[in-house]
Ligand binder design. Sequence first.
Ligand code: FE2
Ligand code: FE2
Length: 195
Amino acid sequence: MPRQPHRPNREEALALLHEYVENENLRKHALAVEGVMRHMARKYDGEEDAWGIIGLIHDLDWEKFPERHCTMTRQILEEHEWPSDWIRAVLSHGWGLCTDVQPESTLEKCLFAVDELTGLVTACVLVRPSRSVHDLKPKSVKKKWKVRNFAAGADREIIRKGADMLGVSLDELIADVIAGMRDAAADIGLDGNAV
Ligand SMILES: [Fe+2]
Ligand SMILES: [Fe+2]
C-alpha cells in the first residue's frame, strides 16, 4: 500500500512555528493570516484546517532566514514531510518577490491577496482609540489605503494584484480580511483588551 502523505495538524504546525519564530509580532501575523484563511476557506468552500495551517506557517523562515525567505520554509517543510501541495501553496505567497511559484488555486490566490492586507488592517486598528478590530469598518481601511506613508510596508500593489486574481473588489477583500481577523482578535491582541 502506498504510504499516506503526512497531514500535519494545527498543534504540530503551531509547535513548528514556535520553534522558528520567537518574535511576538510575527507570531501574531501568522495567527492573523490563519484566521483570515479559515474565513476564506468557509467562503470559498475550502478545507478549513488545511487553509488555516498553510496561513499559519507561511512565514516560517522569515525571522531566522530573511535573505532566504520561502526557500528555507520549503526545506524545513520537506524535512517534516509536509504535503507537496501545501508547500506549493506556502511558496506561492512569495510569487514575484522570492519565488516564481504563481498562485493558481483559490487557496493560493487568497493567501497572496490577504498576507499584506492583514498588516494594513493591523496598523489601522492600532491607531484607533478602541484598539479593536471589532469596530473597524472597511471604509477606514480604504481611507488609510490612500495614505502612502501609512503602513508603507503593506504593499498596495500586491494587495490589488491579489484582489484581481481572485476576481473580487478591494472593498470585498478588505471586508473579508476584517472578518477573519475578528475571529482571531483575542489571539492577535486586537480585541480592544490589549494593555
Ligand atoms: Fe512572506
Ligand atoms: Fe506574511
